[in-house]
Design a protein around this ligand. Structure first.
Ligand code: HEC
Length: 123
């Protein structure tokens, strides 16, 4: 076999390998807990234990927020819904988990359609 075709086979094999490794990595990063639907990441167990007692995790799944928003939600539940206080370490872990995995999406909705592309006004 010529050296060039060997090189070609090598390149093809390498591409397949790195592509499948990338795929495995991305799917691995988003493992979902079957019972709650929560993303499995650092702090997951703590959140599952503390946050799915009074309501299902659907409340978390349908909420997005930065650290401040999640802090506000927790303070609100503590003040009005009987949620207990956390020690600083536990609260930090919970807030890390929530603000990392349920962060605000950059673009919530598409940009408006430019007026030049819209139909003319009706009158
Ligand atoms: C002691 C009970 C209790 C615990 C524990 C609890 N919650 Fe709640 N949570 C509530 C109640 C009650 C509501 C309001 C339900 C409703 O609106 O009908 C609520 C609502 C929410 C909402 C929706 C807020 C909104 O603006 O609609 C989110 C998000 C939420 N909880 C997240 C969490 C997280 C995260 C944790 C863990 C840190 C947690 N909850 C633990 C009682 C609790």
């Amino acid at each position: 076999m010529k050296m060039r075709s060997l090189t070609l086979i090598g390149v093809v094999l390498w591409s397949c390998l790195s592509a499948s490794m990338t795929f495995a990595k991305t799917t691995d990063q988003k493992r979902i807990d079957e019972q709650t639907g929560l993303i499995i990441d650092r702090g997951f167990e703590t959140v599952k234990t503390n946050c799915t007692i009074c309501h299902s995790a659907k409340f978390i799944l349908s909420q997005k927020g930065d650290r401040q928003t999640w802090t506000d939600i927790i303070r609100w539940m503590q003040a009005t819904q009987g949620l207990w206080q956390f020690d600083a370490k536990t609260e930090d872990l919970i807030l890390d988990y929530l603000s990392t995995n349920y962060a605000p999406t950059k673009q919530y909705r598409r940009a408006p359609i430019p007026s030049s592309l819209m139909p003319p006004p009706e009158n």
